[in-house]
Design a protein around this ligand. Structure first.
Ligand code: ZN
Length: 340
């Protein structure tokens, strides 16, 4: 009888401790305040380039020359922690409205998910529909479009390495690799399903948004060229001989990888493309609504899941500091900057 009482107390105390730890993880974020002074290129004055680029959170990058506009991902929904982990997720039409208005987007030529995970491709068909854009990406991305009811003529499955023209822009998707989570359980979870083979109709479990191939997106224009690296993975040699003005480099998770992986990532993406400017992206929260300023992920995603925003951003700045010709900085949300 006494033993039963002791056991009951132990179980209750453990349950309370686990609940308290969980609450703490989900309601606290690391402070990234020390990076705030590292803004870069927030001016559009004094340049003859027509190309303007705005960062809209995660790996949403809007590139425009005033005539033609192209957007990677177009992911503006921010599901809750519980929805992502245990529920079903789908596009938040209100969040998409607000973001398009905030970014002053009316017409787009193309919406290009960097891969088909939910935090990249989930909203893309709706954004394409509202802006008259072509949805461009993998067969898996095409199936997200079909499931949403997007017309076939608005969907284009890209051939890696083959340039597509949109106004004065040329867009090429190069095959790349997704970030490799150091934790084997997570790695298996993320890559358990690789393709979306049927039209996908949300709301669905997060895992239904299979990767479908990861890309480096090269956008060139007579005035400027940019590379958007959608995930912190690399394919050796894939970008050899490509020279760009700016790289938008996904850093989420890179701070927790081995030195060898980090060096390869830098060599095969940044050294290979010799940019003058580097903007770390994909380090911000995917559960906090998109607001005025970017938010750090909460401690669950940052430490348990392993995004490690602080270490990852610091890594990019440290590597960039070794190259005197390379400027690195965080972009403000929503504000256009000139490239080059
Ligand atoms: Zn992903």
């Amino acid at each position: 009888m006494k033993l039963l009482k002791v056991l009951t107390v132990i179980v209750l105390v453990s349950a309370v401790a686990i609940a308290a730890a969980g609450y703490w993880l989900f309601t606290n974020q690391p402070s990234l305040a020390r990076f705030e002074a590292r803004g870069l290129g927030t001016t559009t004055d004094g340049t003859s380039s027509r190309v303007r680029v705005s960062w809209l959170g995660n790996t949403n990058v809007l590139v425009t020359d005033g005539e033609t506009a192209i957007l990677t991902d177009g992911w503006f929904t921010r599901p809750s922690d519980l929805e992502i982990l245990f529920g079903h997720i789908g596009p938040d039409l209100g969040a998409i409205d607000r973001a398009l208005e905030r970014a002053d987007i009316e017409q787009l030529a193309a919406v290009i998910p960097v891969h088909s995970h939910f935090d990249h491709a989930m909203d893309a068909p709706e954004v394409a529909e509202r802006t008259g854009a072509m949805l461009v990406g993998s067969e898996s991305t095409a199936n997200i479009g079909r499931g949403w009811g997007l017309a076939d003529e608005s969907i284009r499955v890209a051939t890696p390495g083959q340039a597509m023209s949109f106004g004065d822009f040329q867009v090429t998707l190069f095959e790349s690799r997704h970030f490799e989570f150091p934790n084997p359980l997570l790695r298996r979870g993320v890559s358990s399903r690789t393709e979306i083979t049927e039209p996908l109709q949300p709301p669905v479990r997060m895992t239904e948004y299979a990767e479908g191939g990861s890309y480096s997106v090269l956008i060139t224009h007579p005035d400027a060229s940019v590379l958007i690296q959608g995930s912190a993975g690399y394919l050796p040699g894939a970008l050899e001989g490509i020279d760009v003005d700016a790289v938008f480099l996904s850093v989420g998770g890179i701070g927790g990888q081995t030195e060898r992986y980090q060096s390869n990532y830098w060599a095969y993406i940044v050294n290979a493309t010799t940019p003058e400017k580097l903007f770390p992206v994909h380090w911000d929260s995917f559960t906090h609504p998109l607001g005025e300023r970017p938010q750090a992920p909460n401690l669950f995603w940052d430490q348990v899941f392993g995004l490690q925003a602080d270490a990852s951003i610091q890594w990019a700045f440290d590597r960039a500091a070794e190259d005197p010709l390379l400027q690195a900085g965080l972009l403000p949300l929503w504000q256009p900057v000139s490239i080059p």
